[in-house]
Write a protein that binds this ligand. Structure first.
Ligand SMILES: [Zn+2]
Ligand SMILES: [Zn+2]
Length: 149
């Protein structure tokens, strides 16, 4: 680990300014920011977020935020520890995956139930028309009886 990295850790974390929007993907490499390691999600004093390794490399060449061009230095970088960012964390990703699977399953159950209901409806319609037919038939019999007596 390079010595700079420890310095970043000792700094206070900056609150997410402005919007509730959490950038999960580093705009420099368009890769997901990890909740730790080289590509840890971090932000500049202007509030724009990047992967740590990318913005460090960027600030070595240019001393401006790539997004809004606010003057920034490597030591201005603040690591972010936000709960939303751990969405790309393995365990959570698994949880999301299992939830997705659950949703899919539930969707399938719903689909099955819908099909069942449709079948029940069909049965009901059939029975209904049968009933109507029997009713007509009995009416006819009554009429015949009335005519022929
Ligand atoms: Zn990056
Ligand atoms: Zn900026």
């Amino acid at each position: 680990m390079d010595p700079d990295y420890r310095n970043f850790n000792s700094g206070t974390t900056a609150p997410l300014k402005g919007t509730d929007e959490v950038v999960l993907f580093c705009p420099i490499c368009s890769d997901g920011c990890s909740p730790g390691g080289d590509h840890h999600i971090c932000c500049l004093p202007c509030g724009h977020m990047y992967g740590l390794s990318c913005i460090k490399k960027w600030l070595e060449r240019s001393s401006k935020c790539p997004y809004c061009l606010t003057k920034s230095r490597v030591k201005d970088i603040r690591l972010l520890y936000t709960t939303q960012v751990v969405a790309i964390d393995g365990a959570l990703q698994k949880k999301v995956k299992s939830l997705e699977a659950k949703c899919e399953k539930q969707g399938f159950e719903l689909f099955k139930k819908e099909a069942e209901w449709k079948k029940k409806e069909d049965d009901f319609c059939k029975r209904n028309s049968q009933l109507k037919f029997t009713f007509m038939l009995s009416n006819l019999i009554v009429m015949c009886v009335l005519i022929f007596t």
